[in-house]
Design a protein. Structure first.
Length: 224
């Protein structure tokens, strides 16, 4: 007998350089202490969080994070997934025929009772970088964990056991996934704050390939 796990969803996990992590933590602390110096990101995001502030290339560590870690991580995801397809089925997603553009990146500050409901993002790829996690967020509880959701509800009585996957946030860990992947963040109890960076990346055919999609002629999204 043989058991197969069909239709996997590919999620990339990585680990920041410790020096970059410290720099990003310092940036997050400065934004947390003076939130009015940055644009509010909460009005167009799903989260019910204490603070969500827009960041950009002018903040310490953000350029290095985007160019040196997050965009290469998206490239790694593409190569892992697309290179498994036959050459004639890879469309524009072959090296040299597309570009990756960071659309936006923002800081999430979560306190006790805050949560992020199940949602998806725009663009091609999204992800999260964990910067600070209260000690009471542990693997033996759902509190404060990131959850990836499958296409059907989790239901143990009918053996739908692969429809939710919980991730313990650890400072320095980052996760990259397709923007359409539903995910959520559970609330936690107790003192402290959970800090994370979230981001969106667009993959754009360059030059636009013919017969790829009806949207291939649209203007490319802005970003940095």
């Amino acid at each position: 007998m043989e058991l197969l796990s069909l239709f996997p969803r590919t999620i990339l996990k990585g680990r920041l350089d410790p020096q970059l992590l410290r720099q990003l933590q310092a940036t997050a602390r400065s934004v947390r202490d003076d939130p009015q110096a940055t644009a509010d990101a909460s009005t167009r995001l799903a989260g019910q969080l204490t603070l969500q502030r827009q960041l950009g290339p002018g903040f310490a560590g953000i350029d290095a994070l985007c160019a040196g870690t997050l965009l290469p991580a998206c490239e790694r995801w593409i190569r892992h997934v697309i290179d498994q397809q036959p050459p004639q089925g890879r469309g524009p997603w072959t090296p040299g025929r597309y570009g990756l553009q960071m659309i936006d990146i923002w800081l999430n500050v979560q306190q006790a009772g805050d949560y992020n409901p199940t949602h998806t993002h725009g663009g091609s790829f999204s992800g999260v970088v964990f910067l600070q996690v209260p000690p009471q967020i542990r693997a033996d509880s759902f509190d404060g964990q990131l959850c990836f959701h499958g296409p059907e509800d989790w239901h143990i009585q009918s053996f739908r056991t692969g429809m939710a996957h919980y991730v313990l946030p650890v400072p320095g860990d980052y996760w990259v996934f397709p923007a359409w992947q539903p995910h959520s963040v559970a609330p936690f109890r107790g003192e402290g704050e959970r800090w994370s960076l979230a981001f969106n990346v667009q993959a754009v055919p360059t030059p636009p390939a013919r017969n790829v999609s009806l949207s291939s002629g649209r203007p490319r999204p802005g970003g940095f």
